[in-house]
Design a protein. Sequence first.
Length: 317
Amino acid sequence: MSTGGNRWLRLGGVAVGVVAALVIAVTVWYQAVPTLDDLKAEAGLKGKAELVIGVKVDMPGIGLYDPETKTYSGFDVDIAYLIAADLGFQSDEVRFLEIQNEDRSRMRGVTGERVDLVIATYSATPEREAGRQVSFSDPYLETEQSVVTRKDHGPVLALSGLAGERVCTLSTSTSEGPLPKAGAKVVYEDTIAACIAKLRSGELDAVTTDAVILGGFVEKYPDELRHHDIGLETPELWAVNTGGNEALRKLVNISLYNSRNDPADKRWENAFDKHLRPMQKASPNQPNPIDEQPEVAEVEVRRWPWERLSGLVLPVR
């Protein structure tokens, strides 16, 4: 055979080897990257009759339970319904349980029953995520810490302005740490609603926690309460706790990613406009939480190449 013929044979062999290597690489990727059904099965959602979600029940605009109508409302509740729908659950297949701050890391409602998701004003921090049953989704809301006083209180520009005053917060809140350093007399309660009640009665001088939480109470009691922007630059990033269930965390992130990137999906924006934007009128000195859903990293799942190339948003259902 001629030298040229041998060269073509060698090139042909190299080409076959390259194709074989690509086939192997694609096969390995195909087997390693899960489908949505794989994630749902791994997350324990297959055949599940209801989704149990821990929420707050005493926060106006965020998570509020009406005992007369036996219904839940608020921004966190709407986000819970958004995610549940994308996981394949109808609204009547979602059951809410009241959850307090100290139980959010334990994934337990106040009754002791385990929940599947915690969507309850839970700011994601590395310290919290180090917990055994804590795995945060990407954030779904960005806010900041602020302060509420009675109307007759002077301006508060920083936590140091509360030195010597009785300031209420929650012991498990991210707002708790800076207070002693500021010289405040810290008072702990189980709920912010309890803090607000004591503030209104004159037992306390101030309450501090996330601005959007306090904004709901200021909107409810606009003639009694005053909202202060204390200028903290550290954001509070609310996220969903999936209790160490990594597959469920990925599914929640897929839902949040689609919500943020699908122009036709206005559920997050509608929830913000309904529950959070009205708070601004009662809190002119404290900026609203950012009215744009935070960025969410795309989760890699196995799907047809043309779906990826066309930029189609992948539904969770």
